[in-house]
Design a protein. Structure first.
Length: 194
């Protein structure tokens, strides 16, 4: 109300004065601010990153800035914030750094968000880094990193198909059936010990 009626200035210093107030007060300030995205920094909102990302009333400009600077903000986003960060990045078509994708996998962000965010890196990511991310995903994804006899099943999406093509190059996937949903994946066979 004070900001809306121009009793206090729309500045970082004014927001800092709210540091000891509750989130609802800070959220109301941000919602009324015309310039918050211009002066927002991690130092200013470090304890509020998760709330900023998950709030239904915070404007797109602020959330977009967090997505664009995801490597800076992600360590403070919390698991709910990381999920929202992934969703926002996909919605706006923003490629986020691979380190952030890895953190999302480690923190249990939905696989249907992680795999599409991983897709732009499939041609350049090192095998060990890719496998480390896949090991953190649920369902059959960790088993895609090793040879074996048992078929696996993963979601039928363009990103998952690109992942399977990449894994064929890395030698763990021999083939997959694109006519099934979920996709049936055949891995390379383990060599028989003599």
């Amino acid at each position: 109300m004070l900001l809306k009626n121009e009793i206090i200035e729309d500045t970082a210093e004014s927001y800092k004065c709210l540091a000891t107030t509750d989130w609802l007060t800070r959220e109301a300030y941000i919602r009324e601010s015309k310039k918050f995205s211009d002066y927002m920094t991690l130092a200013l909102v470090q304890s509020d990153v998760e709330e900023l990302l998950t709030s239904d009333t915070i404007g797109d400009a602020i959330k977009r800035k967090i997505v664009e600077q995801s490597e800076t903000y992600a360590p403070f986003a919390g698991s709910k914030g990381l999920k929202e960060l992934a969703l926002l990045a996909l919605q706006i078509g923003h490629t986020i750094p691979i380190a952030v994708v890895q953190k999302m996998a480690e923190d249990g962000v939905n696989v249907e968000f992680v795999v599409p965010l991983l897709e732009p890196y499939l041609d350049v990511i090192m095998r060990d880094d890719l496998f480390a991310i896949l090991q953190k995903l649920p369902d059959d994804y960790p088993r895609l990193t090793t040879p074996g006899h048992k078929p696996l099943y993963i979601a039928d999406t363009p990103a998952d198909r690109a992942l399977l093509e990449c894994l064929k190059q890395h030698g763990t996937v021999s083939s997959y059936d694109p006519n099934t949903s979920p996709i049936k994946v055949n891995r390379k066979r383990k060599p028989i010990s003599q």
